[in-house]
Design a protein around this ligand. Sequence first.
Ligand SMILES: [Zn+2]
Length: 420
Amino acid sequence: MRIPTLFVALAGLSGCVVHSEAVAPPPAAAVTEAKAPVTILIGVDGARPDYLSPAIAPNLSRLAADGVSASMQPSFPTKTFPNFWTIATGVRPDKSGIVGNRMEDAARPGETFTMDSDDPFWWNTAKPIWLAAEEGGVRSATLFWPGSEVAWGGTGKADHGVYAGGRHASDWQAFNQAITAEQRVDGVIDWLRRPAATRPRFVTVYFDDVDVAGHDHGPGAPETLAAMTRVDAAIGRLQRDLSALGQPANLVVVADHGMAAIATDRVIPFDRIAPAGSYRLIETGPYAAVEPMPGQQAALAAALAEPQQHMQCWPKAQVPARLRYGTNPRAPSFLCLAEIGWMIAPTAPTRPVTGGAHGYDNAAPDMQALFVAGGPAFRSGVTLPPFRNIAIHPLLRRMLGLPADPSLDGDDGMAGRALR
Ligand SMILES: [Zn+2]
């Protein structure tokens, strides 16, 4: 075994006390370069806190036992882009400007934001953690995260996809769903093999499998739990590869939202609620984002003011304060929110409605999100009280040595309870 010899040579070079050869050989890690911990933010789309069990997610359960875990409250609406962007930026959707997976803006008439929109116009209001980190001298890398492909801060029309002045993390990848969870882990490890000068100290990685299965099969279905087990295995492999590299790491594992079961007999056809020709539907599902047709504001408002079964509708100015939604110009003129498990559809369904959905009230138990974190920065074996997902960005700032930003939506006191 060559390691003890190498250790003696290194110890001699660095002027340390050279142990006598009779002393037991040091662990392998002692001979490697002393590396600063890397912070890895891991997004598991659609993972509920109740998926955290040793039978379903053994690696994450161990991480929780050695670290911290909680049920994390998403922001409204409980959709993917609004919440992963809130996690990245520390501000709620109504403030970040990513108010839905689909939305419009009067400043861009005729355009609709979708999950393919990488025009920084939609994203520039709130700064993501990977750019805050870069500004603070922390090299960052994103292996997928909603918004990470955006040339943030860029302006003007795209010139071959380039927006003037736009920035990404030092390393980033365009989203490709065909890249498997295992390949995503390989990509992160490849970055961390680099020499210190080009090695990232903050990394994001994102897994979509659990959300896809949850939509298709429903929360808690065997297929959905199997997807959770696959993602858990990928995270376990990440941990083993980090350990083999001698790379200490703080892992922060977050979900964007939970998942609720839906059914054919729990559908609200919107065409039975409001007069034909009085509205346009921007989004439907657990909630409907509704715009009046020209001249139809009063007619639509009157129809939606009637009491509805299994849903509530409000003009944007009257959305309940607890949802913290409706002040952004991009928030729809009217919001209709279904009871948990109910779906708002343009018309009565012609095919069976099965599986799962999300987008409901962010206080609903089914919408709560997984949070697990571990590593040298974290306390051990602590179950935290529930907190809001606006707390993640401030937590990451603290872990990365960045100054607190009082302009954000607050930290719920979570970092103080989670960190050593
Ligand atoms: Zn989803």
